[in-house]
Design a protein around this ligand. Sequence first.
Ligand code: FES
Length: 201
Amino acid sequence: MKDEIDQKRRCFLRRATTAVGGIGLAAASVPFFQYWMPSADTEAAAAPMKIDISSVKPREQFTVPWRGMPVWVIRRDQDMLDSLNKVEGMLRDPLSEQDQQPAYCKNTHRSIKPEFFIAIGICTHLGCVPTYRPDVASVDPDWQGGFYCPCHGSKYDLAGRVYKDVPAPLNLKIPRHMYVSDTEILIGQDENGVEGAISIS
Ligand code: FES
């Protein structure tokens, strides 16, 4: 029990550090991130947040703090999308049967547009922040790349689907979101006007 509490405390500190790091990066890149960051009032109200994705290059990941959580935006190229079909037999929930995403993201790529993957970057084991590892396939043929949680070794594919035989029980969560335009995404609200993210336990 004490070990579990210690693990959760460590995970919380890592998440806090990630959020602070994201804010620090925003301060260093004012023109770009100013648009991303909600005002203090908006943040206090936990309102939906608009993200400009026009600068995200193929294979790149951006992390945006939202409601105290890291939200990832990853632009997948065709090789990354092709990898999703190769690993299904190794996944715990390849068809996303568990309620970890809105209905419009219950598909192989777990996103509205295959190219852009939006997810909450919190491991479903004890809440650490996994690292983005898009190129692991070159050194490990059993893993086509994805997200790796260093806390206890959980692995996810490039759609955030968890592998079998790792501590994490569920796929990564996908927040409600919608495209405002081809280059803008609204996090926390979808086409039906429903606000709020899927709850994070
Ligand atoms: S928090 Fe334990 S594997 Fe991610």
